[in-house]
Design a protein around this ligand. Structure first.
Ligand code: GTP
Length: 347
């Protein structure tokens, strides 16, 4: 029987309300939950084990354990194989809770006797299944070494609630990862890993408003690789892609962390330079131009050097961003007309 039933459910409800809170780690949520299970059920250890592959599970991997210190995971996570513990795997796959009062005698858990139960003095086990879309995804394992025990239906129901909390938190974790992936896809250029045009337009709007409020100087530059078409024509599109990636890397490594480089499209890039007056932006652009000119890019079709034309402008924070974009675009046009590989300030 569960003692202080209303206190227990109260604590569990509070923990359960944290399932949607992705600000904490998955691990710390699990540990809080398992500690609650350990305390309430008065057991030696509670752990969470998840299947390696839901379609064809061959291993159960231990992802949380009340014995582990804080959030730290062991370098190698313990695992159980289907090959060694077929009866236990079948019991989990049935979806039923495993109330192994006498773990050594219970056919679902007796496989553990020699390798685990006896050496660790485990006498009783209560394992409840974690589901995903109705399919067993893993198990919450409660182990006791205070003698054989008859699990009461309240205790089994409580352990099942713990497993259900795990199921929901796992789902939230997956949805959150999907959300991050989608945001990444929406705002990142897949080739270079830089932010894309959509991000640039959003971010520029925010930066303009921030700089206007504090009356700070805000500059930008446009970079356009010179004669990029020739690289594609002479070495192939794949090498062209590699050059674009290396170009982005060279620039990011030369710029400050707070500078925001975006790929506008093709071989055209924009760098937003927060809190930077135009004369400093000209110096930064010239330094970058030299760095690009001196870099040698190794590709499968040989070493390639490139140059780039620059347009630089101080962003007018009283006007829409498109106005400044047009100004740097025109400056790049002039840089190309002036023979390329140079930096031209916008008029
Ligand atoms: N490999 C590769 N090429 C691209 C990509 N996007 C655009 N391009 C190519 O970039 C080339 C740009 O050519 P142009 O606009 O003529 O410019 P350019 O050859 O650099 O000449 P200038 O700008 O006048 O110096 C085109 O051949 C595009 O097909 C890309 O993602 N990968």
């Amino acid at each position: 029987m569960l003692k202080n039933f209303s206190n227990v459910t109260q604590r569990l409800r509070r923990l359960s309300s944290q399932e949607l809170d992705v600000s904490g780690t998955f691990q710390s949520f699990l540990i809080d939950l398992l500690d609650e299970g350990k305390l309430t059920l008065d057991v030696t250890r509670v752990s969470v084990w998840l299947f390696d592959d839901l379609d064809k599970p061959s291993e159960l991997i231990n992802v949380a354990n009340t014995d582990w210190q804080g959030d730290e995971l062991p370098v190698q996570l313990p695992a159980l194989t289907y090959e060694n513990f077929p009866a236990y795997f079948s019991a989990i796959n049935s979806g039923q809770s495993i109330d192994a009062n006498d773990a050594a005698a219970d056919p679902r858990t007796s496989e553990f006797q020699e390798c685990y139960l006896t050496p660790n003095h485990i006498m009783t086990m209560l394992d409840t299944v974690i589901f995903k879309n109705g399919i067993p995804h893993g198990v919450v394992c409660c182990e006791g070494n205070n003698g054989v025990r008859t699990w009461h239906k309240d205790e089994i129901a409580f352990a099942e609630m713990i497993a259900d909390c795990c199921s929901r938190r796992l789902l939230v974790k997956e949805l959150w990862q999907l959300q991050l992936q989608l945001t990444d896809m929406a705002f990142k250029d897949p080739l270079t890993g830089l932010s894309n045009r959509r991000f640039l337009m959003d971010n520029a709007k925010r930066e303009i408003s921030r700089h206007a409020r504090f009356d700070h100087p805000f500059s930008m530059m446009m970079l356009d690789i010179d004669h990029f078409k020739k690289i594609n024509d002479n070495h192939g599109h794949e090498t062209g892609d590699l050059v674009l990636k290396s170009f982005a890397e060279i620039c990011v490594n030369t710029l400050r962390l707070e500078d925001c480089m975006c790929r506008l499209g093709g071989e055209e890039f924009i760098v937003l330079l927060p809190n930077t007056p135009v004369n400093s932006a000209m110096v930064i652009a010239e330094r970058l131009r030299q760095e690009i000119e001196q870099s040698v890019i190794s590709t499968p079709s040989g070493e390639i050097t490139i140059t780039s034309s620059f347009g630089v402008a101080e962003v007018n924070t009283n006007l829409p961003f498109g106005h400044s974009l047009k100004a740097v675009d025109h400056a790049v046009y002039q840089a190309k007309a002036a023979g390329r590989n140079c930096v031209i300030p916008a008029q």
